[in-house]
Every structure is written in structure tokens, then in C-alpha cells.
Design a binder for this molecule. Structure first.
Ligand code: GCU
Length: 447
């Protein structure tokens, strides 16, 4: 399903089924969030001196003047991509040692212009086990822990941040196990609670069958998923409730920060092999998973699902979602305020970096780029493949294997021979159909 359709479906469900109907209180929370988001957005535009940005691509109406482009012959407007293997001063990057220095230049560009910088004063997190119980999942004995990571808010007690985590590991183990950490979806504050039943997931069983565990970090417990929430969560706490300045971090880096704190905890949990922890997420959380893997070198592998614009797809391509969408009031909170400049007055081609360099920051660690087919064009499946191709020379410099072909493969071709891997499954905007391929890829590193 197209992401926009999914959102429409969720909204339509609210009206179609009485149990989904918003109460007046939920309606007013939603109105309030939208109002506050607009105010925060205007504040950041003002700081940037921007009065107008170009409209995003319209993914809903193919007849609209600004309809999203899905014509491959019109997608590659720009061809001069920044080269991860050339230093800012024009010198070539030729050794693994050079790459360590070049990596810092690329990180600086991503921090300043795209995802934002982490503040220096981020308080510490203390993890508490709230519950520990034995479960049985498809005949496998599992130890499930529910934890809370309390962020020290003594510098600004008005804002509380409690990371919510659950971890499930097979019970009968002889040594610590690999774990896949997933960013769990959180519904917005105004959304009716318990609307969807908890689903049993085959991929979890499959991970357990490998002898691996899985964990879920509720992204919303780290940082809310809207502009109004930028004065709350970990971003709001470190800013003592004030609005962001344009170079500060957005929600993607905040979520990634949360994942890093989970990994700190894993390093102390003797059921978990912290050198074999993977990160995964879908859609906006696919973006967050890629940002996590790129910036925190302790994560061993990534399963990056339908991450699209702001994730693995190239910003310089005009296909599906574009920079202007990500810079709009509905999505800008994921990014640094500075990113909005590239939707006016600057252009996509002015970005000092592009998505292939985010993938390159993951090198030499294995990464699996995943997308859907029909109904998932908004994420630009080919743009994500091309980013994987353009990241491959960095892997090769580090004596790893890049993606095995530069030719866009037919749907359902698993390109998992390299350390940069890719597969487009044959369903819509979902992650599930690619778990099996990911597990096959990951066994090379985890078994
Ligand atoms: C929207 C947005 C995407 C995002 C998606 C999601 O469709 O444009 O960038 O990935 O929502 O997270 O569901």
C-alpha cells in the first residue's frame, strides 16, 4: 500500500468504524498538535530567512500540476553526484586510513545540512527492568524483558523522557545471542489506543529459530513524530523546552540516539552478544535505522526497509517523494532545520552529500536495502538501488564486497552476495516479505 494510502486508510478507518471515532478530546489534541507544528515550522523558516519553499510532489493525484514523477526517463535530472572517495579539497581517497578522515568530512556535512547535530549536554539514561517473563513462541521458550530507560531530567524536570524497550531472547542458550533491534511504531497522541490487535509475527519466530533474539524500541518514547513535539522528547529536554536552531538534530537522529542507548544496555545484558546487534525499521523508521547504522559503528548490520527520501534513496532523483516533501511541515521535524533550505532557495544539487554517502558511512558493515514493488514507488526503489551501487566503491576500498551488479534487477532478485545488498519484494509498502532474505544474508555474519 502507498504510504499516503496507508495514512488515508488509517484516517478513513476512524470515520468508518465507530470504535475508531475520535473523541472530542482526541480531536482537540490533534488540532493542537497541527497548530503547534505550524508555529514551530514558521519559527525555523524565520531563523533561516525563508519565506517560501517549493511545493512537494503530489503522490495522490496523478493529474496535479506537481504530480509525483514515476517516469524513469525523467528521473535523473542531475548526474554529478558527490564522490565519497574524493576529499573536500579534491584529493583522492586511496587507503582505509584516508577513508577514516574522509568519513569525518561526510559526517560533518550530514550533521550540518541534513540530519542535524547532537547537543553536547545529552543527559544519561538509566535502564530498569520492569518485567521479566517466560513465554512460548511457536514452541520456542523465550525470555521476554520489558524495560524503561529513564533519562536524567534534573536539568529540566518539566520534560520527562522514558525510553520503552522490550527484548525477547531464546531461553535455552549456552552463550549470548545476536539480536535485531527494531524501531517500533508509535501512534500519535490523538490516535485511539488499542485500535489494532497485537499481531504475531512470523519473522520473530524465524529469528528465534536461528537462535537470535529481537527487541523493540518505541521510537515515540524517545522523540514524538511531529514538529510540535520538537520542544518535547529528548530534543526538547536538551533544549530546555525551547525551539530548535537550524543546525540541531531532528527526530531521525534522536531516534538513532535512543537505539544507541539500547545498545549501551545490551552491552551489559549477558544474554545478548552486543557485537552482533542489528538495527531495523520500516519507512520513516527505515530512515532512522540507516541513520543509526551510519553514525554508530557498534551496530553490526542493518535491515533498511522502504526508507525512501531521507533514507536510502538519492535526493538528486526526481521519482516519487522528493526533497520538498521532506522539507514540508509534515516531515521537516525528522531533519535539521537547515535541510529546508534545499527546497528553496537552494536546490537538490546543492546538497553537499547524498544518500549513497549515508550508506557508505555504514562500511565495512553489512547493510541490506529493502523495498516493495507496486504501491511502494513513492520510496523510489531504483533510487535506493543506485545509492547502494554508488556506495559500493567505499566497501571495496575497505576490502569488502560491494553490490554484485550495477544493473537494476527484476523484482524478487536477491542481491545478497556482497556486503551491500538489495532486494525489491513483490508487495507494497511493507517490510515482512523481505525478512527471509535478510535472515539468509545475516547468517553469513551472525552464525
Ligand atoms: C510518508 C512519507 C515517507 C515516510 C512514510 C512513512 O509517506 O512521505 O517519507 O517514509 O510516510 O513513514 O510511513
Amino acid at each position: 500500500m502507498k504510504p499516503q494510502l496507508l495514512i488515508l486508510f488509517l484516517l478513513a478507518s476512524i470515520y468508518a468504524f465507530p470504535q475508531f471515532k475520535l473523541t472530542p478530546e482526541q480531536e482537540s489534541i490533534r488540532t493542537e498538535i497541527n497548530k503547534k507544528t505550524q508555529t514551530d515550522y514558521n519559527t525555523i523558516l524565520q531563523q533561516l530567512g525563508i519565506t517560501e519553499i517549493r511545493p512537494g510532489a503530489n503522490g495522490n493525484d496523478p493529474n496535479a500540476e506537481n504530480a509525483a514523477n514515476y517516469d524513469e526517463t525523467k528521473a535523473d535530472i542531475y548526474t554529478n553526484y558527490p564522490n565519497p572517495l574524493i576529499f573536500n579539497n579534491g584529493n583522492p581517497v586511496t587507503t582505509a586510513e584516508d577513508w577514516q578522515t574522509r568519513r569525518l568530512e561526510i559526517i560533518a556535512d550530514f550533521e550540518n545540512e541534513v540530519y542535524g547535530k547532537l547537543p553536547e549536554n545529552i543527559p544519561s539514561v538509566t535502564w530498569h527492568i520492569i518485567e521479566e517473563k517466560e513465554e512460548n513462541i511457536d514452541g520456542i521458550a523465550v525470555t521476554r524483558k520489558t524495560l524503561e530507560g529513564k533519562v536524567d531530567n534534573s536539568s529540566y524536570p518539566e520534560i520527562e523522557v522514558n525510553l520503552q524497550l522490550s527484548v525477547s531472547t531464546p531461553s535455552n542458550i549456552k552463550s549470548p545471542v545476536p539480536v535485531m533491534l527494531m524501531f517500533g511504531f508509535s501512534f500519535p497522541d490523538w490516535f485511539p489506543k488499542n485500535t489494532f490487535p497485537q499481531q504475531k509475527n512470523a519473522w520473530q519466530t524465524n529469528l528465534l529459530k536461528q537462535g537470535w533474539g529481537f527487541a523493540d524500541l518505541k521510537a515515540g518514547s524517545v522523540q514524538p513524530d511531529n514538529g510540535a513535539g520538537l520542544t518535547k522528547g529528548i530534543i526538547g529536554l536538551t533544549n530546555k523546552g525551547k525551539n530548535r536552531t537550524p543546525e540541531q538534530w531532528g527526530s531521525l537522529r534522536a531516534w538513532a540516539w535512543g537505539a544507541s542507548r539500547v545498545l549501551d544496555y545490551f552491552e551489559k545484558d549477558n544474554l545478548i552478544d552486543a557485537t552482533k546487534v542489528g538495527i531495523t525499521g520500516h519507512s520513516r523508521y527505515g530512515k532512522a535505522a540507516l541513520v543509526t547504522l551510519a553514525f554508530d559503528e557498534r551496530f553490526a548490520i542493518g535491515f533498511i526497509s522502504s526508507s525512501g527520501a531521507g533514507g536510502a534513496s538519492l535526493f538528486r532523483r526526481n521519482y516519487g517523494e522528493v526533497v520538498e516533501n521532506v522539507a514540508s511541515s509534515g516531515e521537516y521535524h525528522w531533519m535539521a532545520g537547515n535541510f529546508i533550505k534545499y527546497a528553496g532557495p537552494l536546490n537538490w544539487n546543492d546538497l553537499p552529500v547524498d544518500a549513497h554517502e549515508l550508506i557508505a558511512l555504514c562500511a565495512p558493515r553489512p547493510v541490506f536495502i529493502s523495498s516493495g514493488n507496486k504501491g511502494d514507488n513513492w520510496v523510489d526503489p531504483k533510487g535506493m538501488f543506485l545509492a547502494a551501487v554508488k556506495a559500493s566503491p567505499v566497501y571495496e576500498l575497505l576490502e569488502k564486497k560491494g553490490i554484485e551488479t550495477a544493473i537494476f534487477p527484476p523484482v524478487e532478485t536477491a542481491l545478497i552476495k556482497g556486503d551491500v545488498s538489495y532486494r525489491q519484494h513483490n508487495q507494497g509498502h511493507v517490510q515482512t516479505p523481505n525478512w527471509e532474505t535478510f535472515i539468509e544474508f545475516a547468517t553469513r555474519y551472525f552464525d
